[in-house]
Ligand binder design. Sequence first.
Ligand code: TPP
Ligand code: MG
Length: 609
Amino acid sequence: MPETASDLFVERLMDWGVDTIFGLPGDGINGLMEALRKRQDRVRYVHVRHEEVAAMAAVGYAKFTGKLGVCFATAGPGAIHLANGLLDARLEGAPLLAITGMTYHDLIGTNYLQDYDTDYLYANLATYNQRIMGPAHIHNVVDMACRTALSHRAPTHIAFPIDYQTADADDLMRFKRNVPGHTTTAYARPVRTPPQAELQRAADLLADGQKIAILAGQGARGAGDELEQLAETLGAPIVKASLGKDCVPDDSDFTTGGIGVIGTRPTQDAMEGCDTLLIVGSSMPYIEFLPKPGQAKCVQIDDQPERIGLRHPADVGLVGDARATLQELLPLLERNENRAFLEQAQAGMREWWKLMEHRGTREDMPMKPQVVAWELSQALADDAIVCGDSGQVTYWITQMRLRRGQQFSFSGTNCSMAAALPYAIGAQTAYPDRQVVAFTGDGSLTMQMGDLATLMQEQLPVKLIVLKNNSLGLIKWEQMVFIGNPEFGVDFAPVDFVKIAEGCGARAFHIEEQGECGEVLREALATPGPVVVEAVVDPNEPPMPAKITSDQAKALGQALARGEEQRKRIGLTIGHELIDEQTFSASPYGVMGRMKEKVGEMVGRDGDD
Ligand SMILES: Cc1ncc(C[n+]2csc(CCOP(=O)(O)OP(=O)(O)O)c2C)c(N)n1
Ligand SMILES: [Mg+2]
């Protein structure tokens, strides 16, 4: 029987199916802690070392399970620490419930201890945001918060004043119109499909396309079979936004991999050359990599009507769940007998993977960061979950070759640093028996290093791989390549991550040579319990886009000329790669390779004649 308002609260969450909660206590939330203590056999409390990690772990949990992620923090400072996780949930589209303590209900607004209106704080973050006004309010508010988070894939927030947390569950203040039992935990997942007439309009438009490309995003996760069927029917390559990386595996014949500065050359060719674009569940923000408005006709599938036409003009908008909509659309489509566009993309991808293998097996010292991602992709378990991070590390990990059954995510639209470790905490809590790998940078890890200790404490056997370049690598290149300035304020003092990990009680490995990388990674992945792998990598390896623009080349030249301190090393590295990759047609330096291909095509054509 619930004795306190907190008992009511936690039991209602359990009725919603909540069995895991991430947080860090304080006197502003101790009433709720007692309700959790009494139910610790049914609700797993994951005790983290920083509230941001609690919120981000709950986002990771939600992203990999599709279930509601739940986190909590104490009043004032604890609540403020949670905020980035709410932003992450909002921009990444993850269902999240954040619970924060608040000072005593009759001292609010008096500059009392940790007195801060956390509901005001979250006003522009949470889709549903309420303050508990007494025990009789709890069911009403918890039900709305859970239902809203799940329906909108969005963050919601409940502020719970301290004295109400321990108030008697039999509250005598209930108003007569608040009929007990009038609200329930009933929930129906919205799976919409568009009207038949709209589906037919889309099918007609697609029937006119000759060079069709599909752009699939996070919303297409879970619709992989349908996407591949669609690609086969339309003769259309599937381009993947980074958050949709695992919607179709990288070894599928139909995908050209990622898009944007981290994307592949065949993707860019497909976007530049298509006459028809079919967007499935993507609103990825890199608009300049999409076909220019007017170039291609467009059908867009999205379950949020306000997103139709958001990034690219849509001729037909299909509002519906990606999988259910594709299942209705597929029978209306004719097979496109013109396979040339798909075949060109497939040939391009064969060249792309040759380039990736070349970059991933280079023996240079310092070790190239691509080597770590390449070797990792060979060593991963078939059902591995990989959590990426923000930085140059994003390039290497999103270009990794994922196999069918493996899952991937990172903070893709919020682009928050220090997401890999919390996401991995969330993923490993949800799937204790799967291999969970966090792939992170040294800048990110030093932001939330305390939570390495969480892995030990919670017995989460996460394998964390940190690329050590003693720098906020991505920003250094952005300063040079985007605005032509020499790097400034990006290097930092080296950290011995092996010692840090061992200090937390975890096993640790160190890699600095290509030759040992694969073997050490395999050993690390096979080691039970939490493991940290420190990989020392070249700080001067440029994150190369698939095609270099003249603006980028000019800005880099200007940055070097204006006194970039590493100009010699950078010049040497780029000069070396320019020669080294000349014969690879997928490389931006691959002029020779592309010429060879063109000549080959011409000779082949003549031969056929
Ligand atoms: C919370 C946060 N702060 C700052 C940034 C800006 N930022 C993006 S990537 C990056 C550098 C990441 O450095 P590191 O983790 O060492 O990875 P590297 O780029 O060196 O591979 C920074 C500072 C951000 N995205 N998120
Ligand atoms: Mg770094």
